[in-house]
Design a binder for this molecule. Structure first.
Ligand code: ZN
Length: 47
């Protein structure tokens, strides 16, 4: 299990279609919208 850093949704890595690499880590998102928000301001969500 992993957590969407934008909205806090709990996700199964294998079932996630929305992924982004940042600072050599892979992050998983529940939707394209969350992924785009993260990519716009990654530091805001990793703080
Ligand atoms: Zn989300």
């Amino acid at each position: 299990m992993t957590t969407d850093p934008v909205c806090g949704a709990r996700l199964e890595e294998e079932q996630v279609d929305f992924k982004a690499e940042y600072d050599r880590q892979t992050y998983y998102f529940c939707s394209e919208e969350c992924k785009q928000k993260f990519l716009r301001e990654p530091t805001k969500y990793l703080a």
